[in-house]
Ligand binder design. Structure first.
Ligand code: NDP
Length: 452
């Protein structure tokens, strides 16, 4: 049978774009791609990239404060949100253009429209066109989830935070995960009064407990009012603001409420189930180790499969798919020991097992140091850095590394290489320190603080 394309990709985000480019440019496949919104997907348009730029923007008042402690007669002055937002939008336009160009240079045909599946080899476009493909890749990502309750329509999501007309004076952030904590830090840094409600006992569930506690303490010390064990019951408009009734029995009014209560796979309305593609409980597309669905010609990568919802993982999955299906070499994306960073202030960088996970599996040693680094100590600041290694008592391998510090994301990237290679505690120990740095603590942790 003759198909219009060898591959048709639905979704122009990190995973879809990588798969399309590699299939076309490296393996000579005829590729079409449909994107209903902006090219680049969540990471580029409404996630990692604008978020990190906002983290940078929000870091200057603290930097100026520190500069003063170092002898500079400096003051931050006022933040020009419309100016920053304009530059941010221009940068996203530039990046979107770059993604588009990369695809076009690779020979990919771009369809700026929505696509849904009609059968195992046919896709219907919202332009009315129907196209056929030997293989179809669903890479439609995820979407913010807001629970339903009275007034939930007043909630903003992370998608909205980059386009606010003006900065709120008082912001409520609901949730305790990556997005909630990152935005709490960003808006706090920008001078907004930030309150955070989290339903559980401690924010950042799933991360190492000691690291979570360290981040929460630092966030509070920087001025974020975190209320754990608190849920919103209802919200109603109150003048320009939103009145929030919570389970702590208090009514409070905020100028804006951000719900960062997780994301759900973008799998609905694509015609998947009718074709026999299996969806999980959260709507995630169920795939095997090679990202293949229950329908052999249909594959899925990235957040829509709800494996590890991180851009670099989606990219690896997309690349492995293209190499396997079009490049003649069977490659599976590796989901072991994936490092990540939460861009709170200070950042949390993490790879491998938390202390709690590790001690449930085998006897471990815990090495941990919390200290005031040279730079902030000199400036008279109380904020401490946390460096922590979890070590197997049997194999001596470092099973986990957790860093809370400025630039922890940069540090964990490098520590992750050693850990991925199977480094033991003794390998860390025989590595000579780079002095004076914060990271040197990782190779000078002499005695375990506890064994478990
Ligand atoms: P997370 O799953 O990390 O966090 C969701 C938070 O919302 C949790 O604290 C959860 O509580 C809470 N929550 C869920 N449902 C409700 C509810 N009905 N009522 C109240 N609270 C609720 O999701 P995010 O949206 O923060 O991020 C989504 C994913 O995106 C992340 O898991 C991560 O994979 C990725 N991401 C990565 C980033 C990075 O690498 N720096 C940055 C941003 C996102 P509980 O803990 O009790 O379940």
């Amino acid at each position: 049978m003759n198909f219009d394309y060898d591959l048709f990709v639905i979704g122009g985000g990190s995973g879809g774009v990588r798969a399309a480019r590699v299939a076309a440019a490296d393996h000579g496949a005829k590729v079409g791609l449909a994107e209903e919104s902006r090219m680049g997907g969540t990471c580029v348009i409404r996630g990692c990239v604008p978020k990190k730029l906002m983290v940078f923007a929000s870091s200057y008042p603290a930097a100026v404060e520190e500069a003063r402690a170092y002898g500079w007669n400096a003051s931050a002055g006022a933040f020009d949100w419309p100016m920053f937002r304009g530059k941010l939008e221009a940068e996203l336009d530039r990046l979107e253009g770059a993604y588009r160009k990369t695809l076009l240079n690779a020979g990919v045909t771009i369809h700026d429209c929505r696509a849904v599946l009609e059968d195992a080899h046919t896709v219907k476009l919202s332009t009315g066109e129907t196209v056929t493909a030997k293989h179809i890749l669903v890479a439609t990502g995820g979407w913010p989830f807001v629970p339903e309750f009275p007034g939930s329509e007043l909630a903003l999501t992370s998608n909205d935070m980059f386009h606010l007309e003006k900065l709120p004076k008082r912001l409520l952030v609901v949730g305790g995960g990556y997005i909630a904590c990152e935005f709490a830090g960003i808006f706090n840094g920008l001078g907004v009064e930030v309150t955070q409600y989290y339903r559980g006992a401690q924010i950042l569930r799933g991360f190492d407990d000691e690291a979570r506690g360290h981040v929460a303490e630092a966030m509070r010390a920087r001025g974020i009012e975190i209320h754990c064990g608190t849920e919103v019951m209802e919200m109603e408009r109150a003048g320009e603001g939103v009145k929030v009734t919570a389970t702590d029995g208090k009514d409070r009014t905020f100028d804006a409420v951000l719900y960062a209560t997780g994301r759900v796979p973008n799998s609905h309305g694509l015609g998947l189930e009718a074709l026999g593609v299996k969806l999980g409980r959260r709507g995630e597309i169920v795939v095997d180790g090679h990202s293949q669905t229950a329908v052999p010609s249909i594959y899925a990568v990235g957040d829509v499969t709800d494996r590890i919802n991180l851009t670099p993982v989606a990219i690896r999955e997309g690349h492995a798919f293209a190499d396997t299906v079009f490049g003649g070499k069977v490659v599976a994306a590796d989901h072991e020991l994936v490092a990540s960073a939460v861009f709170t202030q200070p950042e949390l960088g993490s790879v491998g097992l938390s202390e709690e996970e590790a001690r449930d599996r085998e006897p471990i040693e815990v090495y941990s140091a919390a200290f005031r680094p040279m730079r902030s100590l000199f400036a008279g600041q109380e904020e401490r850095v946390l460096m922590k290694l979890i070590v197997s008592q049997d194999s001596r391998k470092v099973l986990g590394c957790h860093i809370v510090a400025p630039e922890a994301g940069e540090m964990i990237q490098l520590a992750a290489i050693a850990i991925k290679m199977g480094a033991t505690k003794e390998d860390f120990d025989r590595t000579v320190a780079v002095h004076p740095t914060m990271g040197e603590e990782l190779v000078t942790l002499r005695r375990p603080v506890r064994k478990a």
